[in-house]
Ligand binder design. Structure first.
Ligand code: GUE
Length: 286
């Protein structure tokens, strides 16, 4: 059996068209969704991602601002900028590209972003609302994973979902979202004993560990939906996921490629969050 490839690029395009259309309608009410992206320093990967976000905003018809700050920017200067963006009426979403330089405390910066404009979904209040099940802006990569699973036609409710990885930006929130969809959820991590025994029970397997090609078919239940969140740049310059695609494709039911899987969905969910934030800030019901 060969798994079906989940085309994140195509699914992204479909959702982006929906977002564009809703943006067009919102503009008739005089509201233009606005996203501010803040980049500190010269990390080459971050520059590429910020460029993609800027392009996506143009494609959606959003207003966008990119603030490119030098490496030696102080935490105070960055907090000042966030304070201004929090108050700026034309901005509905604020994203500070991570990782930040070591001399800036990530937590202080994330905490400073207005919850209403937290389109990354990283603020502790957004996280808390996610856990409680209250309305919040959902973290983009986890929301993208759920969207990809649903669009395979897979019913999540009642399934055993196994997440490998427990980061605050992917592993933990994606586990919470799966739980919210009524999956039975297991979280594995670097200290998990007998990991294969658990992953081999997974109807849905989400992999977010940051190690190239670490998960081969010996971890996977036949027919499983496999979502690969990893983006690892190899010495050859090529991108690889955390999942060994060729091996797992032989046994899985559905599998996301890297590139062209979760990555494009992350940016698409950011666009969707910015649209939702613009509506909420202006008191428009969805
Ligand atoms: N505050 C913040 N929010 C983020 O959402 C955030 C961040 N910081 N820091 C870095 C990570 C990473 N990230 C990606 C977005 C798109 C692709 C993407 O589009 N990837 C393409 C390939 C891109 C390429 O060729 O390098 C794909 O997988 O097909 C990947 C990774 C967002 N991040």
């Amino acid at each position: 059996m060969t798994a079906q490839r989940i085309d994140g690029k195509h699914i992204s395009e479909v959702i982006r068209q929906e977002v564009s259309e809703q943006t067009r309608k919102l503009k008739e009410k005089g509201i233009v969704p606005g996203l501010a992206v803040v980049l500190v320093g010269e990390d080459p990967a971050s520059k590429v991602y910020v460029g993609s976000k800027e392009k996506a905003c143009q494609q959606m018809g959003f207003y966008s601002e990119v603030h490119r700050l030098p490496e030696n920017t102080t935490e105070e200067q960055l907090l000042d900028l966030i304070d201004r963006l929090n108050k700026q009426g034309s901005i509905h979403g604020i994203l500070v590209q991570l990782p930040l330089p070591a001399h800036i405390q990530e937590k202080a910066v994330i905490d400073a972003i207005s919850v209403d404009k937290d389109v990354d979904g990283f603020h502790p209040v957004s996280t808390g609302n996610l856990v409680i099940g209250d309305d919040s802006l959902l973290p983009c990569t986890p929301a993208g994973c759920i969207e990809l699973i649903k669009r395979t036609g897979t019913e999540i409710s009642g399934k055993h979902a196994v997440v490998i990885g427990r980061s605050n930006i992917v592993g933990k929130p994606v586990a919470m979202l799966l739980l919210r969809e009524n999956a039975t959820v297991t979280i594995c991590h670097s200290r998990t004993a007998n990991m294969k025994e658990l992953t081999k029970q997974a109807d849905i397997l989400v992999v977010a560990i940051g190690k190239a090609n670490a998960i081969d078919s010996s971890y996977v239940k036949p027919g499983a939906v496999v979502i690969d969140v990893g983006i690892n740049r190899l010495d050859t310059g090529k991108l690889a996921g955390d999942v060994h695609f060729d091996s797992v494709q032989e046994i899985a039911g559905h599998i996301t490629p890297v590139p062209g899987g979760v990555g494009p969905m992350t940016i698409t969910m950011l666009m969707q969050n910015t649209l939702i934030a613009a509506k909420r800030i202006n008191g428009i019901k969805e």
